[in-house]
Write a protein that binds this ligand. Structure first.
Ligand SMILES: *Cc1c(COP(=O)(O)O)cnc(C)c1O
Length: 388
């Protein structure tokens, strides 16, 4: 059986006719940048994220960059972020000239450990960027408590987490001063190219971001500050407007698949239940929290990625590949180990959990169109791996 990590063609087939018509509509209109398709998308997104405003931009990276620029973060400033995330989270901090300050993760949800944030704060800290990694909200109550105490704005990196909710149903992107999202094709809501958006409830931040997206220009050819070209193409918005109404059903498909992994992993003797964080004879594979209710709340995980941990990860990956099962490592190198951040002189021993993740995590196929038989097969092959 063949189980790819992701097969976007299956999703395209569901919406092919509508998408193709929309693409032709944009072509015939020759309204190619921003415009009515983008306006419509922004309304849907603000509504979905329960924020007053959503500003569509050119990528998730540019969403984060525009957010830092909107806060005037610059050389001499420090920004706190997890060491374990996709590169863009830290890259944008350096791009505005500021210094990234890395914080270790916690085992139970792969997200920034809120207990370690306060120690990382200095008089130069100008923002905290928690990442809702893999599609699950970070521990926002604790993060916001520390941030508010020190009067530091929180920018949520929601690139992997559109539609995820924190414990009482708060959508990600609605809790910090800004939320930054990505439409990269592998995200749960993917464009036909690059795209992203920023959410905010703050009117002055909204106005600043709208100008930021267009070189800080207002009115035409008058520039109040230096922004960028962070505009979204109409073609991307047209595709996203077709996909958007299906997003919750795709989240449901991913959540169902996560529950099936739990079921079959238990049946094949790989683990006792999801959410265990220690290896032993009965738990050779550690699954993420399938429901996440054991911690006393209703965190809504949208499973952009389904990440398991195994001790002999690289051999397991080879074995999966030999059996035609796609997988990936998100991420093999935490920020504190990246060559481009060596100048920060971080101490590797300060990040034991991220280092553990770097050695043990594997992403398994989780996309909504997967068949139950494929998930069962993945678990069966993993069980075979441990027999050998
Ligand atoms: C994908 C991603 C980004 C960047 O989004 P792009 O649209 O690829 O620029 C930023 N942060 C995280 C955590 C991501 O996963």
């Amino acid at each position: 059986m063949n189980v790819p990590l992701l097969d976007l063609k299956l999703q395209y087939k569901q919406i092919q006719n509508e998408v193709n018509e929309a693409l032709i509509r944009v072509a015939e209109s020759q309204m190619l940048i921003l415009g009515p398709e983008v306006d419509k998308l922004e309304k849907s997104l603000a509504d979905y994220c329960n924020t007053k405003y959503a500003i569509a931009v050119s990528s998730g990276t540019d969403a984060l960059l525009a957010a830092l620029m909107a806060l005037d973060i610059k050389a001499g400033d420090e920004v706190i972020c997890p060491t374990y995330s996709f590169f863009a989270t830290a890259g944008v901090i350096v791009r505005v000239g500021a210094t990234p300050v890395f914080v270790d993760s916690r085992e139970k949800d792969f997200n920034i450990n809120p207990d370690l944030i306060e120690k990382a704060i200095t008089k130069n800290t100008k923002a905290i960027i928690p990442v809702h990694l893999y599609g699950q909200s970070a521990e926002m109550d604790e993060i916001l408590k520390i941030a508010n105490k020190h009067n530091i704005p929180v920018i949520e990196d929601c690139a992997q987490a559109i539609g995820a909710q924190y414990k009482n149903g708060e959508p990600v992107g609605s809790m910090g001063i800004m939320g930054c999202f990505s439409f990269y094709p592998t995200k749960n809501l993917g464009a036909f190219g690059e795209g992203g958006f920023v959410t905010t409830n703050d009117e002055s931040t909204f106005i600043k971001l709208k100008q930021m997206r267009n070189h800080g220009m207002e009115p035409k050819y008058y520039h109040n500050f230096v922004g960028g070209n962070f505009r979204l193409d109409a073609i991307q918005a047209a595709v996203l407007n077709i996909k958007f109404p299906l997003l919750d059903s795709w989240h449901q498909g991913r959540r169902k698949n996560a529950a099936l992994y739990e079921k079959y992993a238990i049946e094949f003797g790989l683990t006792e239940k999801a959410g265990i964080t220690k290896f032993d004879d009965k738990n050779k594979v550690l699954l993420p929290n399938a429901i996440y209710q054991e911690f006393g709340h209703n965190n809504h995980h949208i499973y952009n990625q389904f990440i398991i941990r195994v001790e002999n990860r690289d051999e397991m990956r080879n074995f999966l590949a030999k059996n035609s099962i796609g997988s990936e490592i998100y991420y093999p190198v935490p920020f504190h180990r990246q060559g481009c951040f060596a100048f920060l002189n971080n101490n590797d021993a300060d990040f034991p959990i991220a280092n553990l993740f770097a050695a043990q995590t594997i992403a398994l196929p989780i996309f909504p169109e997967l068949e139950e038989e494929q998930i069962k097969y993945v678990c069966q092959i993993m069980a075979e791996f441990f027999k050998n």
